[in-house]
Design a protein around this ligand. Structure first.
Ligand code: SF4
Length: 340
């Protein structure tokens, strides 16, 4: 993989080191760190016991992201702002294979977008060329590639057999401009989604984080309109809704590093997991509004809330996951329908 990356970047200076620096301030995030990872590549998503958790599993091939969203929680998780890529993909695929063969789960939903953007480095790593065909052979597992880029070129020729879902996080253009650094515009994300639809992929969308900026009602209504003017709702596997939440130390980072951000203009309360979030009534209002907009276009859409309690589910969506077997089972069932 390193040889492949260097072939794409022949002019780039390379330095071999025994250890990476961890001091955030001395780093410029202009360096790609490449390492051998000696830990577990596949892990359960760190949901919390206080909220409904979706049973997602994380495939972690890189830490950190250089797109620079103001609200990005990775700024707190990782002291170093460089992206660190774990290049020992042979080990990754071996562990993944062992995991899928020995796990007692009937269905696996696995994503690479938890600690980085799934497609940020794809043009360099060509990781999709390894992962998509690997998942194509799995009887009951899907890979979700979550991104805010439009770097989907390599997906075109891959034999995915419906087992890779390509997902975008969406926000109104004014939020993207102000809060999402160098991520692709809404138009570019939707055009990339359309290309993936044309190549036969299932799609997913994450309205996460929903931001309660002054014009949020009109802003999100426009996004939903634009989404379904480009994408066929029939190929959408699921849509998640999650309002902004963050660990308190992120506040100081936003103030210092994202001076144009208006996120902190709103009021927050600590949730049961210690993260700051909007007041409950506002969260419910945002979720209900989005749900109504989405279901008006496509009444059969699978919509779920990320990290919310039963009472918020009931009020916003009209049911709680336990009434339908639990959130994990609802999404697993959706995967089984897709794989049919
Ligand atoms: S795209 Fe995702 S991972 Fe990258 S900076 Fe934005 S929130 Fe963080």
């Amino acid at each position: 993989m390193v040889r492949g990356i260097l072939a794409s970047l022949p002019e780039i200076p390379v330095q071999w080191v025994d250890r990476f620096g961890e001091d955030r301030k001395s780093e410029t995030s202009k360096t790609l760190e490449v390492a051998r990872f000696r830990g577990r590549f596949v892990k359960a998503c760190p949901g919390t016991r206080f909220y409904n958790c979706c049973g997602y599993q994380i495939l972690n091939f890189a830490n950190q992201c250089s797109l620079g969203c103001s609200y990005c929680i990775l700024q707190v998780y990782f002291p170093n702002s460089n992206v660190r890529l774990f290049a020992n993909f042979d080990d990754l695929l071996q562990q993944l294979d062992d995991h899928l063969r020995t796990s007692r789960r009937k269905v696996h939903r696995i994503g690479t977008g938890e600690f980085t953007d799934s497609l940020l480095l794809d043009h360099l790593t060509r990781a999709s060329e390894l992962l998509v065909p690997f998942f194509a052979k799995q009887p009951s597992a899907v890979l979700e590639l979550k991104t805010k880029t439009s770097q989907v070129d390599l997906l075109e020729k891959l034999d995915h057999r419906g087992r890779t879902i390509v997902a975008w996080s969406l926000n109104p253009p004014e939020v993207i401009d102000r809060e999402e650094g160098t991520a692709s515009s809404l138009e570019e994300r939707l055009a990339a989604a359309r290309r993936c639809q044309d190549w036969g992929y299932r799609l997913a969308f994450h309205f996460d984080p929903l931001l309660a900026y002054p014009r949020w009602k009109g802003g999100y209504a426009e996004v939903v309109d634009r989404l379904f003017s480009v994408v066929d709702p029939g190929v959408v596997a699921w849509i998640s809704l999650g309002s902004l939440r963050f660990m308190p130390p992120l506040k100081a980072i936003i103030k210092q590093d994202h001076r144009g951000s208006t996120i902190l203009d709103e009021e927050f309360v600590p949730g049961l997991d210690g993260k700051l979030r909007y007041f409950r009534d506002l969260r419910v209002e945002m979720y209900s509004r989005l749900k109504d907009l989405l279901l008006k276009v496509a009444p059969d859409l699978c919509i779920y809330l990320c990290m919310e309690s039963n009472d918020v589910w009931r009020e916003a969506l009209g049911f709680i996951p336990a009434e339908r077997g639990g959130l994990s089972a609802i999404l697993d069932q959706k995967v089984l329908e897709l794989l049919d």
